[in-house]
Design a protein around this ligand. Structure first.
Ligand code: CMC
Length: 427
């Protein structure tokens, strides 16, 4: 709280004095919690001006293009850290010592196998199911297998559930893929890194040895780091809302996965690749840019724009570098990369995009990298979900650790006023 106050003048000239809260970074926040006592609610669909909680995990300055996890800049984490270290930082608030890291890594690594009976759950799905549908279902179903960590009021249970989710997500994600192509599931290998193990479970078969390419392993690790958390986005807010009722963590993360699936959120990486494929050559770009600007056309440039960033998304810069590294390593020339770079160039010089501060976001280049690795586009959002699980858990834990109120927004009712009911059904 600060000494600052905001005074709101009401219709009858009475006034309400509201406290102003100040974080360590970012805008001041007007505390409107007492407004209801004066018969007033605030109206903010889409939460464009509303802080839904206090948090110490991630900070974004969208105007400056800054993203900090526990104070550490994303570019430094992407360059000098690894995904599991970033997980530790997000969950615990501080960078680990070597001993703390080893203990954390061992715990995550030792819990990567899933209950064998869960494999049968997969067989209930059609082979052509979208992997996100399978991920939602299987993640929610974990609550039926791990009864011993479901009491959210016990800190140790929350801890165990957090490790289970973090450890098992790559296993389940890879199983979604293997199931969709009719190959046998591949069990995790504890001697590999988090990213390396995921690639192994995706691409190994019983017929021949699969060697993880270190450049691709590093690229996957970076993709995971860049998607690990992003403060109160739609899926994280969904996890917090679901968790605020005391729902179990597996149900909450399943809710987060469902929210992430939408094309305006995590589904954008899949949609971006589809769009680049549709554009297919640089000659077609002007037509698509024209459509993106046309208010009568619902088409938008996927991978462009962000609710918070009104500057270059700092994650997109790292993603672009990684994209070049991966294509160089594989000796591939992807025409879609050429289309993406030209599209970026044209859009960044177009007044429509400049005025609206629309820049490439994290999803603009990630699809090209994943495609080059041999990952089908239907798996892109699954990989996003796998990476974001740690962010969801960190927020869910913070909410429980700091005490919470059930999320219960109010509304501006615009329906019928009271009227008499007469049934038209035959008696
Ligand atoms: N292409 C064309 N025009 C756009 C785009 C776009 N991608 N994004 C926004 N605009 C325009 C929009 O039409 C509006 O114009 P006007 O003011 O003339 O009506 C203006 O820019 C503001 O857009 P908005 O929809 O009010 O902004 P928002 O903050 O509600 O939406 C967004 C943010 C990310 C949903 C939107 O930019 C979008 O749909 N982008 C494409 C999907 C995408 O790439 N999503 C991934 C986001 S990053 C990953 C993640 O965090 O999930």
């Amino acid at each position: 709280m600060t000494d600052k106050k905001v005074t709101l003048t009401l219709q009858d000239n009475a006034s309400v004095e509201l406290d102003v809260m100040q974080g360590t970074l970012g805008q001041d926040v007007v505390d409107v919690r007492t407004l209801g006592n004066h018969g007033l609610f605030t109206f903010d669909p889409g939460f464009t001006s509303t802080a839904s909680c206090e948090s110490k995990i991630t900070f974004i300055d969208g105007d400056e293009g800054i993203l900090l996890h526990r104070g550490f800049p994303i570019s430094e984490l992407a360059t000098h850290s690894n995904y599991l270290e970033v997980c530790y930082i997000l969950l615990n608030g501080e960078a680990p010592t070597q001993a703390q890291f080893e203990e954390f890594r061992t715990t995550v690594t030792r819990h990567t196998m899933i209950h064998e009976q869960i494999t049968r759950l997969f067989h209930g799905f059609r082979r052509d199911s979208h992997p996100m549908a399978v991920m939602c279902g299987v993640t929610g179903a974990l609550a039926a297998f791990y009864h011993d960590s479901l009491d959210v009021n016990i800190e140790r249970h929350r801890e165990i559930a957090a490790f289970r989710l973090l450890s098992k997500m790559p296993t389940m994600a890879a199983m979604c893929y293997k199931y969709s192509i009719g190959q046998p599931f591949v069990y995790p290998r504890n001697d590999l890194s988090y990213a390396g193990n995921f690639l192994h479970m995706m691409f190994a078969t019983p017929c021949e040895e699969y060697k993880v390419n270190p450049v691709l392993e590093r690229a996957m690790d970076r993709i995971l780091i860049l998607h690990a958390d992003h403060e109160q986005n739609a899926s994280t807010s969904t996890v917090r809302t679901a968790g605020s009722s005391g729902a179990n963590p597996f149900a909450c993360i399943a809710a987060g996965i469902a929210s992430l699936w939408g094309p305006a959120h995590g589904g954008a990486n899949e949609a971006t690749l589809r769009m680049l494929e549709e554009i297919s050559t640089v000659e077609h770009i002007p037509e698509f840019v024209r459509r993106a600007k046309d208010k009568n056309d619902s088409f938008r440039l996927m991978g462009f724009g962000h609710r918070v960033y009104k500057n270059y998304d700092p994650r997109a810069t790292v993603m672009r570098e990684t994209c070049h590294e991966v294509l160089n390593e594989l000796g591939m020339k992807d025409d879609l990369l050429e289309v993406a770079m030209e599209l970026e160039h044209i859009a960044l010089n177009d007044p429509y995009f400049i005025e609206r501060k629309l820049y490439p976001n994290v999803d603009f280049y990630s699809g090209i990298i994943l495609k080059a690795m041999g990952i089908p586009s239907s798996m892109f959002t699954v990989i996003f979900a796998m990476a974001r699980t740690v962010g969801w858990i960190a927020h869910w834990k913070e909410m429980h650790d700091e005490g919470m109120k059930i999320a219960r927004p109010r509304q501006l009712y615009t329906g019928y006023t009271e009227r008499p009911f007469t049934s038209a059904l035959k008696k």
